[in-house]
Design a protein around this ligand. Structure first.
Ligand SMILES: Nc1nc2c(ncn2[C@@H]2O[C@H](COP(=O)(O)OP(=O)(O)OP(=O)(O)O)[C@@H](O)[C@H]2O)c(=O)[nH]1
Length: 323
């Protein structure tokens, strides 16, 4: 199929520590989508060789399982290929990734961004499920790798589901809310038991910004999306020098970028990489239908602004008449 005709598939990433309730949420999401006549597909991984969580998902839901490791560290390339295979084979309307509890969320985002280079995806802001009693216990001791990873997962979430609230008392729940807000003031916090939240609100919120949400805070934000991904599919070639200039001027809060580009002033296509203010361009000759695309990952940056700058680059080539 022509890339132009490809449907943009929303991708939801569920993050959260081991046993926090991700699978519990996943099951509800699947039912919800199915009731709407949509076809969800799941990418799931589990440390160990048996995907126990997978057994909890209805059999007819297409699923790519990645065993023996965590998506982020051992099989990053596999996540990309598993996901594209799953999409090509199953043609889902929506994809959900349940990242293992031990996964670093930025690494997972990075791996998914890779897939967006050759598949039209809309990477939704991350949903982090927080295990209330577990976090309470760790917050009191404040140490260890687990604590730091949990903190990182909380920092990256745009929605934090404070789950298992039945296992803490009111005072502890308030303490936890305060803790979450201090680590991530952008995210919306939803206390829950068994991840029972209003799913249409959760997903709707994921699609954009809801002004009403801001009122809860005593400060205003342009968006709740703390860690953000912006994917731009180019409609036409851009000038290489202007693009390089654009990359040099990227705001500091964008720390990762990658893409495949056709420049109006060069003969081949390029793979570009950008990480922590360093950029790199490599000539490539991709096989198959690879769109011209750039993916940017960063914290709380203005997607609209980035989009309009990139559109300006496209327009400037068109108006100058160069090919
Ligand atoms: N008390 C209580 N238990 C819960 C709640 N939500 C989930 N659980 C239980 O917690 C356990 C782990 O839930 P899962 O949904 O499998 O968690 P997970 O995040 O997918 O776990 P991993 O795949 O190991 O990362 C299960 O036994 C759930 O029934 C809750 O709100 N309260």
């Amino acid at each position: 199929m022509n890339v132009e005709q490809q449907q943009v598939i929303p991708v939801y990433i569920l993050s959260g520590f081991l046993g926090s309730g991700k699978t519990t949420l996943l099951q509800q999401l699947i039912t919800y989508w199915k009731n709407q006549g949509l076809r969800p597909a799941v990418v799931m991984n589990e440390i160990g060789d048996v995907n126990l969580d997978g057994l909890l998902v209805e059999e007819e839901v297409p699923m790519a399982e990645m065993l023996s490791g965590c998506i982020c560290c051992s099989i990053r390339a596999d996540l990309s290929s598993e996901m594209s295979e799953l999409i090509a084979k199953e043609k889902p309307d929506v994809v959900v990734i349940e990242a293992t509890g031990a996964a670093n969320p930025m690494e997972v985002l990075d791996a998914v961004a890779e897939v967006a280079l050759y598949q039209k995806l809309e990477i939704k802001p991350m949903i982090t499920v927080v295990d209330a009693p577990h976090l309470l216990e760790l917050a009191r001791t404040q140490k260890g790798k687990t604590y730091r990873l949990m903190q990182e997962q909380i920092r990256c979430g745009s929605v934090l589901i404070l789950n298992k609230i039945d296992r803490v008392d009111q005072e502890e729940a308030d303490e936890l809310r305060g803790q979450l807000a201090s680590w991530n003031s952008f995210a919306r916090i939803i206390p829950a038991v068994k991840c029972q939240v209003n799913l249409s609100e959760l997903l709707q919120f994921q699609g954009g910004h809801q002004e009403s949400d801001h009122r809860e805070h005593d400060h205003t934000h342009a968006s709740h999306e703390h860690v953000t991904v912006y994917t731009h599919y180019f409609r036409s070639a851009v000038n290489s020098e202007l693009f390089e200039q654009f990359i040099k001027e990227l705001p500091r809060d964008i720390y990762r970028g990658k893409g495949v580009l056709t420049f109006s002033d060069t003969s081949s296509r390029f793979l570009f990489q950008y990480a922590y203010r360093e950029s790199d361009y490599m000539r490539i000759n991709p096989q198959g239908n690879i769109p011209d695309v750039a993916v940017f990952i960063g914290e709380h940056f203005d997607k609209q602004l980035l989009a309009s700058r990139l559109i300006e680059l496209e327009e400037s080539v068109k108006s100058s008449g160069s090919i």
